[in-house]
Design a protein around this ligand. Structure first.
Ligand SMILES: [Zn+2]
Length: 144
């Protein structure tokens, strides 16, 4: 049995950062960054342990996706800043502006977190941290 290996999966880690189309696909659809054939997400925010199509392990170490939270937070700060500029330019400093911006900020993180997590997954894959269990060379003490 031979399975067709997607072009992106053949790229070496590091070179994968040039795969901008794959980055956009994974970020916007939540697809596996390695094969692009299956959904990486098992819910709104939760990932499958491994890809249901190609078998890469998405979260190798606990806390791998804390960076996604930082990315979502950063994007939300940017979103609040853009909203503030647009609202102030249009209506000036009006009563309730702070509450509107707080609302944008409170809703921003949960709305952007899935895309941020998908992008972070792509980033981990591009850097070479998302691999099949078979491809991870684990040297046990008795093998040395
Ligand atoms: Zn896959």
């Amino acid at each position: 049995m031979s399975r067709e290996v997607p072009k992106a999966a053949k790229l070496r880690p590091g070179v994968r950062f040039m795969d901008v189309g794959g980055m956009m696909h994974t970020t916007l659809t939540g697809a596996c960054p390695d094969c692009h054939q299956a959904q990486a997400f098992d819910g709104a925010y939760r990932l499958h342990a491994t890809c249901t199509n190609c078998g890469v392990r998405f979260e190798r170490d606990e806390g791998s996706f804390l960076g996604a939270l930082a990315v979502a937070y950063g994007l939300t700060v940017l979103l609040v800043a853009i909203a503030a500029v647009m609202l102030v330019v249009r209506w000036g400093l009006f009563d309730g502006l702070a509450f509107v911006l707080i609302g944008v900020g409170v809703l921003g993180v949960p709305l952007l977190y899935r895309s941020a997590k998908a992008w972070w997954l792509w980033w981990l894959w591009a850097a070479g941290f998302v691999l099949r269990d078979d491809d991870v060379a684990v040297k046990r003490p008795q093998d040395r």
